[in-house]
Design a protein around this ligand. Structure first.
Ligand SMILES: [Fe+2]
Ligand SMILES: [Fe+2]
Length: 219
């Protein structure tokens, strides 16, 4: 299978999985039922921080320049999102002066991703799969904010954050289409993508509902 067909197949697999999600599933999974704008914004800070840290962590040990460019851009963008979300929380009256997004430690997904050693696995788990999940989660969050009457938060996500997450995903996809040229490389990409979908907090409810996704132990 050529790399473009292979990646298109993985995208279809992800879309098929996302299509099974209920309207607020990603939000309920992530927040363990506590679905309100402030809680979800605080949780988003942790995701943005982890995405930025991972990109930074991978940068020096990822030799391909196109992948470095993707990671460097992402590292900056995710921290910019962190700043914009913090600002919005302050407007909503939240005091973040003592807030540590990593107070409970890094997520299981972060622990899994940080262990990936090859460029294709990192790009598959990071920009390609995690950013696809982020887009689905953000779409659900925007709809939730609009329903709750919080137009400003919805606009921040729709106008600023979401287009950049989409760009990260697209860059990841293009890199994988360039490098997924052998069966061995395709297998690494498939496994990293599926593991990411299986571990992501946002898809926890889905994992419980379907047989297509199984949590795997994270070492
Ligand atoms: Fe982000
Ligand atoms: Fe992103």
């Amino acid at each position: 299978m050529n790399s473009h067909e292979f990646i298109a197949g993985l995208v279809a697999e992800m879309d098929g999985l996302f299509a099974q999600l209920g309207e607020t599933d990603t939000l309920e999974s992530e927040a363990q039922g506590r679905v309100d704008v402030v809680t979800l914004l605080r949780l988003a800070l942790k995701s943005e921080m982890e995405a930025s840290e991972l990109a930074a962590l991978w940068l020096p040990t990822t030799p391909e320049v196109d992948a470095k460019m993707c990671l460097a851009l992402q590292c900056g963008d995710e921290m910019k999102h962190y700043g914009a979300i913090s600002e919005r929380l302050r407007e909503l009256g939240e005091d973040l002066s003592a807030f540590d997004p990593l107070a409970d430690g890094h997520s299981p997904l972060y622990q899994y991703l940080r262990g990936l050693r090859t460029t294709v696995e990192r790009i598959a788990g990071g920009p390609f799969a995690s950013e696809a999940i982020a887009q689905v989660r953000n779409r659900q969050f925007v709809a939730f904010c609009r329903a709750a009457g919080d137009r400003q938060t919805a606009d921040l996500y729709e106008d600023v954050i979401q287009p950049e997450e989409a760009h990260h995903h697209r860059l990841g996809r293009e890199i994988l289409e360039r490098y997924a040229v052998t069966e061995e490389l395709q297998e690494l990409i498939r496994a990293a993508t599926r593991n990411t979908l299986a571990i992501a907090d946002e898809l926890r409810n889905l994992a419980a509902k379907t047989t297509g996704v199984h949590s795997i132990p994270v070492s």
